[in-house]
Design a protein around this ligand. Structure first.
Ligand SMILES: [Fe+2]
Ligand SMILES: [Fe+2]
Length: 219
């Protein structure tokens, strides 16, 4: 299943992660690891929120319960690795990715349920893609760990897609396209913060006359 899921990841994402993000992430791996720990908690929390939102869907609840436990185990392993590598935990300023995707969610059901499943699929797909890109660039134990996580997150992606497909057989693909377009923008356009799901760093502060910084000393 993992190789199929991995190849499907490449198809669902409308733009690959830019090389500038990968270079920055490799250089700033400590900071990324702090955000990664937060992502694993968030993945578990989102799965639990879906279980609370749709208690009548017992098949979904059973799958998400297992998924949430797996994400918490990922968190525990990231935390252990941070201790081993001497990386302190910290609260980071939230990036724009999750907020940007959340803004796309419809507010009324059944559209909201489909959107939650599809954004779950997209986030897992982007995670899998980035773990795959980072694994060969990072030294062990981090590189090997990321290689393993790629397979887990690709499997989660496939699960979310399967539920979305069953939820709205006639609509899911078109809706996925719309959400994937926004996801690709958020993951590839220059971003102020470097985060696990951010765009590449590049939102630089440009000179403005009001900043009082002269452009040239000869002026
Ligand atoms: Fe995970
Ligand atoms: Fe996951």
């Amino acid at each position: 299943m993992s190789s199929t899921a991995t190849s499907e990841v490449a198809e669902i994402l409308l733009a690959p992660t830019p090389p500038a993000w990968i270079d920055a992430a490799v250089e700033r791996w400590r900071e990324l690891l702090v955000d990664h720990a937060s992502c694993e908690k968030k993945a578990a929390s989102s799965a639990l929120a879906l279980m609370f939102a749709y208690p009548e869907d017992r098949r979904l609840a059973a799958a998400l319960s297992r998924l949430a436990r797996e994400e918490l185990r990922h968190f525990e392993r990231v935390d252990a690795l941070m201790r081993r590598l001497g990386v302190a935990s910290a609260r980071l300023v939230p990036g724009r990715y999750a907020t940007g995707l959340r803004a796309m969610l419809r507010t009324a059901n059944p559209g909201r349920k489909l959107d939650l499943l599809l954004t779950g699929a997209l986030i897992e797909a982007r995670s899998a893609e980035r773990f795959r890109l980072l694994a060969p660039r990072l030294a062990d134990p981090l590189g090997a760990f990321y290689g393993e996580l790629e397979r887990s997150e690709a499997r989660h992606f496939a699960q979310y897609v399967e539920f979305a497909r069953a939820e709205a057989p006639g609509e899911w693909r078109a809706r996925l396209e719309a959400l994937a377009l926004r996801e690709a923008e958020l993951a590839t356009s220059p971003d102020r913060e470097l985060r696990f799901h951010s765009g590449p760093p590049g939102a630089t502060i440009h000179y403005t006359p009001s900043s009082g910084v002269p452009l040239s000393s000869s002026a």
